[in-house]
Design a protein. Structure first.
Lengths: 247, 172
């Protein structure tokens, strides 16, 4: 098992009205290469803060973050920014696409910013747009697309630099059931192709497609479970439906 | 009803008791779920539990007009622990989970937070398998039934969150 991310005694305290509030309270977590991990827990349990620390968007008050063996909590701002651009992909609840750029340009931009040659950036963008089934939306602006399509574009943008880890914060939080199913299917498919994914979510549908679910409460990890694929999904389905129907 | 059996065992972990007292304790704790348990059912269940070696008659309480008092045996405690530790299968049996949860909180026989966690994992696993089934099944009735089951599971998971919040609040 190759480890991509690891934290030791990760702690984050915020000052609020003169008193200090602990958002993270000594979190130890490992993320293995190729893993699909979900972080769940009530609002305010620290799950988004943890995701930000993992992705180098924020720094801990105490403790360590190791990204492929490098202590990212000790890196300079500039080095951290480079590492984020090249190796970390982000998907957010509200898509965060650039409104006056087409889907294709939104996807291509991070490749250019990471220093990829324009021709190569274009080739990558075409590949990822078609892999995620949105090649025909390439010239649309975000405002012309549905929520589900926008989240696909956001996912394409996050994947264009082939990041070591894809981090997603409530990726289905703003989607209807059909779009949620699409995005879950894409996350599963991306993970099956080898992509390491860490997702923070309230949505049990998202949690259920991860291979490991950790649960946070009051800034701590309080439980962990491993989920497995059913040997016989159809058999299991009949059993569950019988229970639902009261048979 | 398997629940009455386990409920009586759970209540007996709090100390020796007799049929009528147990009925009252049941009504206090689970009255909202089980209005229909009558005293006859309690006595029959106690006899069966004694026959199976899960409880033992402690004697006759002369102050209580000669009522038989029972105590739980080691075998009884073991059976109760196994029941508590086993997540309920499927979303339609929430009442059984709820019974366990209330009895655990009341008697201390198991950690209610651990029960919630085990049940949550069971539901998440079921939800995963439903999503897998959805990928293999294309027809309308199949996919709607899967969606219906998934929605029930989500409601059950939300209910577990509420149980957890309220329980944590009740402890402080």
């Amino acid at each position: 098992m190759t480890e991509i991310l690891k934290t030791k005694n990760l702690t984050k305290t915020y000052q609020m009205n003169g008193s200090s509030v602990a958002a993270l309270n000594g979190v130890d977590i490992d993320v293995a290469k190729g893993e699909f991990l979900a972080i769940m827990g009530p609002s305010g349990s620290g799950k988004s803060t943890l995701l930000h620390m993992l992705g180098g968007l924020d720094r801990p008050s105490k403790g360590e973050v190791h990204f492929r063996g490098v202590r990212t909590d000790l890196l300079s701002e500039a080095k951290l920014a480079t590492l984020r651009r090249q190796h970390v992909g982000y998907v957010f609840q509200f898509f965060n696409l650039i409104g006056n750029l087409t889907a294709a340009d939104n996807v291509e931009l991070p490749a250019l910013m990471a220093g990829v040659a324009p021709a190569e950036a274009r080739a990558r963008r075409e590949e990822v747009l078609s892999r995620l089934g949105i090649a025909d939306q390439a010239r649309s602006l975000p405002a012309q697309m549905s929520g589900g399509q926008r989240q696909r574009v956001a996912l394409a943008r996050a994947l264009v630099n082939e990041p070591a880890v894809l981090l997603a914060d409530e990726p289905t939080g703003n989607l209807d059931s059909d779009s949620t199913r699409d995005v879950l299917g894409l996350l599963r498919q991306t993970n099956k192709a080898g992509q390491t994914i860490v997702v923070v979510t309230h949505d049990p549908n998202v949690g259920s497609v991860a291979d490991r679910v950790v649960r946070m409460r009051d800034g701590r990890i309080v439980a962990e479970t491993h989920l497995e694929d059913a040997a016989d999904p159809r058999g299991r389905m009949s059993q569950l439906i019988d229970l639902e129907m009261g048979a | 009803m398997v629940g009455v059996r386990n409920a009586l065992l759970a209540l007996l972990t709090l100390g020796p008791s007799h049929g009528y007292e147990l009925k009252q304790a049941l009504e206090r704790n689970l009255g909202s779920v089980w209005r229909s348990v009558n005293i006859g059912q309690i006595y029959t269940t106690l006899q069966r539990l004694e026959r199976d070696g899960l409880i033992r008659e402690e004697g006759v309480d002369e102050n209580q007009r000669g009522k038989r008092t029972y105590n739980i045996t080691e075998e009884g405690r073991t059976e109760l622990k196994v029941w508590m530790a086993t997540p309920t299968v499927g979303p339609r049996l929430k009442d059984e989970f709820f019974t366990k949860f209330i009895l655990a909180a009341h008697s201390g026989i198991a950690d209610p937070l651990e029960l919630i966690e085990a049940q949550r994992n069971e539901y998440l696993q079921a939800l995963r398998e439903l999503h897998q089934a959805a990928e293999t099944d294309g027809d309308l009735s199949g996919s709607l039934l899967i969606e219906g089951s998934a929605l029930h599971l989500q409601a059950d998971l939300t209910f577990l969150d509420r149980c957890e919040e309220q329980y944590l609040r009740s402890r402080t």
